[in-house]
Design a protein around this ligand. Structure first.
Ligand SMILES: Nc1ncnc2c1ncn2[C@@H]1O[C@H](COP(=O)(O)OP(=O)(O)OP(=O)(O)O)[C@@H](O)[C@H]1O
Ligand SMILES: [Mg+2]
Length: 264
């Protein structure tokens, strides 16, 4: 059975997509078979892993997989170890479809189960095909977020060390609690990952410390700092990236900690 992990926080630009892509890459490097699921209409994870414009996945995305309740026809193979359920702009029509049954193509495709378990149902179909499923979520709370959380065994809370992200934490922890009530899965919080740290800024340092005081049992020891090569993964991707080692080095500690926590 696949271990399913969601990266989330109800705040933009905290490194969710980058971390999801890096995690998929490191797991694949270590021989695990991984499915990456993009639940954000921005399609950033899709572009990061496929190096293809997200729009090219129109009608071939996670949206159609959820509407038809059949994941396999929509899985894109990135390489031998990484598969991807892509996303694009049309994923923005997910909520309307959930409540009206109307797809953006005008078809009626009703879903009769719980609106929060649409994704979980298709994940169950492919559980045996993967060691890990990693899921990327959008910046604001939405049905995609709820579906990702409900389909998860574990959640990594992304924490960019700033005041607005600090205020997003209790809201996101509430969302996880609500998902846990509805979901058949554990929806366990694997931990809080401090990201995008600007080591020269005292306020970032202070927000690092505050979150550790609030949630000493949850924070990962590893802190991800702002580094140009990590940022440029969005440009170069993982293949033929001349600075891949520098881009990934700071993620190794987090990766180890996470694997220890989710495989316990
Ligand atoms: N450690 C880092 N150092 C420098 N830049 C980074 C780092 N991590 C991510 N970035 C860059 O910061 C931006 C935001 O990162 P990313 O898209 O992963 O965040 P996100 O939480 O997924 O954003 P959104 O909420 O919009 O989905 C991107 O341009 C990315 O390339
Ligand atoms: Mg993102």
């Amino acid at each position: 059975m696949a271990i399913r992990i969601t990266m989330g926080i109800q705040k933009g630009g905290c490194g969710k997509s980058t971390t999801t892509g890096v995690l998929a890459h490191l797991l694949a490097r270590d021989g695990y078979k991984v499915l990456a699921v993009d639940l954000d209409s921005q399609g950033n994870l899709t572009e990061l892993l496929s190096q293809t414009p997200a729009n090219e996945f129109a009608e071939r995305s996670v949206l159609e997989a959820m509407q038809e309740q059949d994941a396999r026809p929509y899985i894109f193979s990135v390489d031998e170890k990484i598969d991807l359920l892509p996303a694009n702009n049309f994923l923005a029509t997910f909520q309307r479809w959930l409540y009206t049954g109307k797809t953006y193509l005008g078809d009626q495709v009703r879903f009769t189960g719980s609106p929060s378990l649409v994704l979980n149902n298709i994940m169950e179909q492919i559980d045996e095909d993967y060691d890990f499923v990693v899921m990327d979520t959008p910046p604001s709370l939405s049905e995609q977020t709820t579906n990702a959380l409900c389909a998860s065994d574990h959640v990594v809370v992304m924490y960019e060390c700033s005041n607005w992200c600090y205020s997003a934490i209790p809201n996101f922890l509430d969302s996880v609690d609500v998902a846990r009530d509805v979901s058949p899965n554990a929806v366990n919080i694997a931990g809080i990952l401090r990201t995008m740290n600007d080591v020269r800024r005292n306020d970032a340092k202070a927000f690092n410390e505050i979150i550790e005081e609030d949630h000493p049992e949850l924070v990962f020891e590893t802190i991800i700092t702002r580094k140009a090569p990590t940022g440029r993964l969005a440009l170069y991707g993982f293949e033929e990236n001349p600075e891949i080692k520098q881009a990934l080095a700071q993620y190794e500690g987090f990766y180890k900690e996470l694997i220890d926590r989710v495989q316990d």
